[in-house]
Design a protein around this ligand. Structure first.
Ligand code: SF4
Ligand code: SF4
Length: 277
């Protein structure tokens, strides 16, 4: 089963849930797809055994063959190619590597070269967890292709947990698509509710079933609970607003390691949604 952990915004406790959940299950693979700022490894302290360069393809124009017809620029949905009367400019940072421009070029003037966008690191944490995470190169904006590379490591023999990037844009879609279930982490505050509504709408389009984990339960108001009831979204778990849990987080210690009864709660949550604990 592939379970993604998402939230409409950062800082709601998404990685806390992903890491503590992974530590509560057996035979699990955690993919940290928050490639701009992966931090699951800070808590899991894995032994890294593989580092692979991740590349995407970008077009290269042969100016001897090009007649500046503009078909490549018209075909590119990402405005990554601009054709001027005597020049073709490629903005490789915007290119998604889809290859369409080279397919439509009538002069065969476009070839492709690889460009490194980041690295994929693979390691083990304890006996149970395989951790795979992507690290986007500094200044790189193309998170989605790197996330696709991270997801190539998915193991069908394991329970797969995907720690998705925050927000509701392309990188989140790349991370959560093909998931069997999505756990949404939110706080019971007006900000939490606003962002929760956005990600719920995304999941409706993607047709991925979901449930909510309330982090810092006890603060805020009832609105998130009422919204979940109205939308018939199950509340799977409530993690209380607790000074001790916050202290463990700030020390980089997953709280299930120090409050072991939480392992049962996370495992029961996975049983509830149909996975294997
Ligand atoms: S489609 Fe080919 S020939 Fe036309 S402008 Fe682009 S690179 Fe040049
Ligand atoms: S490969 Fe795709 S995204 Fe990149 S420039 Fe060509 S058409 Fe645009």
């Amino acid at each position: 089963m592939i379970i993604s952990i998402a939230s409409g915004k950062g800082g709601t406790g998404k990685t806390t849930v992903a890491v503590n959940l992974a530590l509560s299950l057996s035979n699990v693979q955690l993919l940290d797809c928050d490639v701009e700022e992966p931090n699951s490894h800070i808590f899991l302290k894995p032994e890294i055994n593989d580092v692979t360069s991740a590349c995407t393809l970008v077009p290269v124009i042969d100016h001897d063959l090009c007649d500046y017809c503009g078909k490549c620029a018209a075909a590119c949905e990402y405005n990554a190619i601009v054709v001027l009367p005597t020049q073709v400019m490629v903005f490789s940072e915007l290119c998604h590597g889809c290859g369409l421009c080279s397919m439509v070029c009538p002069q065969d003037a476009i070839s492709e070269e690889t460009r490194e966008i980041g690295v994929i690191k693979t390691g083990r944490s304890g006996d149970n967890i395989e951790l795979v995470y992507g690290l986007l190169n500094i200044g790189e904006i193309m998170a989605a292709p790197l996330i696709d590379h991270v997801k190539e490591a998915i193991s069908p023999e394991k329970t797969v947990i995907i720690d998705a990037p925050p927000g509701t844009a392309c990188p989140v879609i790349a991370a959560i698509s093909d998931s069997d279930y999505c756990i949404l982490v939110t706080e019971p505050t007006p900000f939490g509710l606003y962002d929760l509504k956005l990600i719920v709408e995304v999941l409706k389009v993607l047709k991925i079933p979901s449930g909510v984990v309330i982090n810092k339960a006890g603060i805020g108001n009832q609105d998130v609970y009422d919204y979940c009831k109205e939308e018939k979204i199950p509340i799977l778990l409530k993690i209380p607003y607790d000074k001790k849990i916050a202290e463990y987080y700030s020390e980089g210690t997953p709280f299930v390691n120090t409050i072991p009864e939480w392992k049962n709660r996370f495992a029961e949550m996975i049983d509830e949604i149909g996975g294997e604990s």
